[in-house]
Design a protein around this ligand. Structure first.
Ligand code: UDX
Ligand code: ADP
Length: 468
């Protein structure tokens, strides 16, 4: 079966970049990305490529290549679904904020709505691909909805799981040169095998066949959660050691280098930080924990939950260190935040450590002045409001956003580095120091700055895993 038309429901951080690359690499396939969010679609269609809703290095060029040729962004969801041979579901699956599984299970309401919508409008057979991260066995729920809520057209559906492994900030290179592409499907029937093969053929346009892995649906769904859990576990492991290093005067980077040179361990994902963020790690582990619990596997659930507990501790520990260093009070003091995104080279702030550090400091009545090269004030307020710790008005009074670091740091008692943006290393730090209250403290939660040089200027520096 040859795929000619692809529709992707959800024009976010996953759907947008993934479809842009598919369109670029498969000029014979028409790719339409749809979303109910009109503003988002308008931004994807903006002539000015700096206005794309997702910031990813290199993405603007890919979109410029394919948009209007075989890549389209639209709000006409029904039309695009019906025209497609293959429909990707790439909508968000946040952690539930209500009811059973609150705070742990994935909220599948957007997925279910998509399945119902596909069932309602489809007049021809379709391969439906789960792209969003989902709990194991979601495919069977989607299948049941598609098979039982049809519109009488006799359209048949095959469900595939094709989890996304791209990391934000490096999405374009990850998509162009993936370690592997994973495709799970119904390996027990001919139709299932054909559907798997159809998607394999799409990726085979640029990914070597031996890197395209096919499995049953459940293995594919579980592998996605597990891959993220293993990665996050490494970060929590090194972060747990960062606290021990600070007590013992060991240097966490030296420890990471020493253990990472063991080829069985490897050097990646051993960078100690103020805590991992992003839309996937926490959500996927909570999901894993919830699934394990729902099967009565208490020890399995507790084991993985510890990764989250360590991460929460790391964020809180960083905030409390600021408070205790600033003579046990930050009330009325200005603390400048450099970075709000959960990592460099993205404008995504979901689960960013900065949000939680800010929350702790606002509880102590400090005034935060924040600057991030890609995050606007409204996003920062939305992130704080989402925590529900205090009123929206209080958040607006407590935090002020600036469009450059120099103004954000003016008159500050301390600077906290929350994201490892490269541009922070290029600043005139003497000028920043001159504008600050003294003693001028700097807390580097990302180990991005040369603190030796900053100390020569006069800063009192703390680096995560290395101490003051
Ligand atoms: C992750 C997975 O890497 C990706 O495969 C999956 O598809 C989605 O989830 P992402 O969340 O975009 O990607 O970013 P990632 O690079 O994994 O970083 C996650 C968080 O961990 C960031 O906050 C990052 O700063 C932090 N991190 C990462 C560390 O603190 N130390 C490290 O050594 C690596
Ligand atoms: P991700 O990081 O998984 O891509 P995002 O939140 O960035 O998550 O993107 C998900 C997108 O899916 C959002 O733009 C949202 O508007 C869109 N979406 C959610 N439900 C639907 C739906 N039923 N139809 C179309 N788009 C949807």
């Amino acid at each position: 079966m040859e795929i000619k038309n692809i529709c992707c429901i959800g024009a976010g951080y996953v759907g947008g970049p993934t479809m842009a690359i598919i369109a670029q690499k498969c000029p014979s396939i028409n790719v339409t990305v749809v979303d109910i969010n009109e503003k988002r679609i308008a931004a994807w269609n903006d002539e000015d490529l700096s206005k794309l809703p997702v910031y990813e290095p290199g993405l603007d060029k890919v979109v410029a290549d394919a948009r209007g040729r075989n890549l389209f962004f639209s709000t006409e969801v029904d039309k695009a679904i019906d025209k497609a041979d293959m429909v990707f579901i790439s909508v968000n699956t946040p952690t539930k904020t209500y009811g059973k599984g609150k705070g742990m299970a994935a909220d599948l309401k957007y997925i279910e709505l998509c399945a119902r919508q596909i069932a309602r409008v489809a007049t021809t057979d379709k391969i439906v691909v789960e792209k969003s991260t989902l709990p194991v066995r979601t495919a069977s729920a989607i299948k049941s909805i598609l098979d039982n809520t049809g519109n009488g057209s006799n359209a048949k559906f095959q469900i595939l799981s094709n989890p996304e492994f791209l990391a934000e900030g490096t999405a374009v290179t990850d998509l162009l040169d993936p370690d592997r592409v994973l495709i799970g499907g119904d390996t027990s029937t001919e139709e299932g095998k054909e559907a798997i093969q159809a998607l394999v053929s799409v990726y085979a346009n640029w990914v070597p066949q031996n890197q395209i892995l096919t499995t049953n649906v459940w293995s594919s769904e579980l592998s996605k959660l597990t891959a993220n859990a293993f990665l996050a576990q490494r970060v929590s492991s090194i972060n747990s050691l960062s606290e021990l290093c600070e007590k013992t005067e060991a240097d966490v980077d030296e420890v990471a280098r020493a253990i990472g040179m063991d080829s069985r361990i490897g050097p990646k994902f051993l960078k100690s930080s103020v805590g991992f963020g992003g839309s996937c790690f926490q959500k996927d582990i909570l999901n894993l924990v919830y699934i394990a619990k729902s099967y009565g596997l208490v020890e399995v659930a507790d084991y993985w939950e510890q990764v989250i507990i360590m991460n929460d501790h790391q964020k809180r520990r960083f905030a409390h260190n600021i408070i205790s260093t600033l003579f046990n009070t930050v009330s009325g003091k200005k603390i400048a935040f450099l970075g709000w995104a959960f990592k460099k080279d993205t404008n995504d702030t979901r689960e960013s450590a900065a949000i939680y550090v800010a929350d702790e400091l606002l509880n102590e009545q400090s005034n935060i002045s924040a600057y991030d090269p890609k995050v606007q004030a409204e996003q920062m307020y939305a992130d704080l409001d989402y925590l529900n710790t205090r009123s929206s008005e209080e958040n607006r009074n407590g935090l002020t956003a600036f469009d450059n670091a120099y103004d954000a740091c003016k008159d500050a008692h301390a600077i906290a580095v929350l994201t490892e943006w490269d541009e922070f290393t290029t600043y005139d730090w003497q000028k920043i120091y001159d504008g600050m209250q003294k003693p001028a403290f700097l807390f580097d939660g990302r180990d991005v700055l040369d603190t030796k040089k900053l100390e020569e200027i006069g800063f009192v520096c703390y680096t995560i895993g290395k101490g003051m």
